[in-house]
Design a protein around this ligand. Structure first.
Ligand code: 2P0
Length: 331
């Protein structure tokens, strides 16, 4: 099924933009990861996932209708070539809302994510773009519908439509209308996410092709959806009972299991650098010494630490470069 067919009831091809707008969406870090698709066109996942949104860190996107044959796309104050992969993805997403050739936009994208932190911006980027298109075309879609829309740009973007803890329900339908984020009714003041940069350079294999390679070539992948389903339940229990140890253990185990499926692909997908492993070993040592902190990792070499505010001062002594976010404020 193609994307336009999925959206046929929400978006009329005769729509024209009615206003300029600027919208924000936060980045998110998954505690139970999305890795593998059951539908590549619609970014429908093999497993449900769970994330925490990063407060004010994310993407601001401004959409202005322009009287010009093609879109003009800016990223962090650079005008990009229309042939760049970023522009192609943004324009293709906007094509879902317009008759190609009938209207164009100046799209200005500004990431407040520290560029050195090695955080992916496609999640917050497509969530902000979906919100902006909703405003600009006056579609009046609700947040679940916006989450479906954002998913069509990038899977993990469906979680960035919401604040706080978000479950991406995988859904069963072929059209994916039941595959979207849902905000969980939990807050956790004092919960900290620490960004530890190992290497911020462009990764060699992007997530999209990396997850496909894993699904296609790693026998080990068969066990992934089973583990992810168990981990999701454990995380929800940990959130309900504010059991930080259970939360941290489950998130770290989940990330390492995902990386095990990557490494079991062929050609192998090893996103770690030697410093990534050195950092993991430091964290395991600190835990043995009594510090309560865990890590998670995505499709890259950088670590994201999970800990409570009570450990903040001690951890800053070990990781002075760490950027710390408290998604729910102080404890
Ligand atoms: C996640 N990642 O749950 C996982 C963990 C990377 C590792 O979601 O192809 O950029 O656009 O649906 O959303 C990155 O995948 O992939 C991702 P597409 P996306 O955060």
């Amino acid at each position: 099924m193609d994307k336009s067919a999925v959206l046929a009831d929400w978006i009329s091809p005769s729509n024209t933009p009615v206003t300029s707008t600027e919208q924000f969406a936060p980045s998110n870090i998954a505690l139970c990861k999305y890795w593998g698709k059951r539908d590549k066109q619609l970014n429908l996942p093999m497993n449900a996932s769970l994330s925490v949104s990063l407060g004010h860190l994310g993407t601001h996107t401004r959409l202005v209708p322009i009287d010009y044959p093609t879109d003009e796309i800016w990223l962090n104050s650079d005008r990009l070539l229309p042939s760049s992969p970023f522009c192609q993805r943004v324009s293709a997403f906007l094509d879902l809302f317009r008759q190609p050739g009938r209207c164009s936009f100046r799209v200005t994208t500004r990431n407040s994510i520290p560029t050195a932190a090695g955080l992916a911006s496609s999640a917050s980027g497509f969530a902000a773009l979906a919100k902006a298109a909703n405003e600009s075309f006056a579609l009046d879609l609700n947040t679940e519908q916006l989450s479906v829309l954002a998913r069509l740009g990038s899977g993990s973007a469906c979680r960035s439509v919401f604040k706080g803890f978000v479950e991406w329900q995988m859904g069963q339908r072929d059209d994916g209308l039941d595959s979207h984020g849902v905000q969980l009714p939990v807050t956790w003041p004092g919960l900290c996410v620490g960004l530890i940069k190992v290497d911020a350079s462009e990764k060699s294999t992007d997530s999209r092709s990396g997850m496909q390679r894993t699904v296609d070539t790693a026998h080990l992948y068969q066990s992934w959806p089973v583990q992810a389903a168990h981990d999701l339940e454990k995380l929800k229990q940990a959130l309900a009972s504010k059991d930080f140890e259970r939360l941290g253990q489950t998130a770290e185990h989940n990330a390492l299991a995902m990386h095990a499926t990557m490494i079991a692909s062929w050609p192998p997908l090893v996103y770690w650098q030697p410093e990534s492993l050195a950092m993991m070993q430091r964290i395991w040592k600190l835990r043995k010494e009594g510090l309560s902190c865990y890590f998670t990792m995505d499709a890259g070499p950088n670590l994201k630490l999970l800990f409570l505010q009570t450990e903040l001062d001690a951890l800053m002594r070990y990781f002075p470069e760490m950027e710390v976010i408290q998604p729910f404020g102080h404890g």
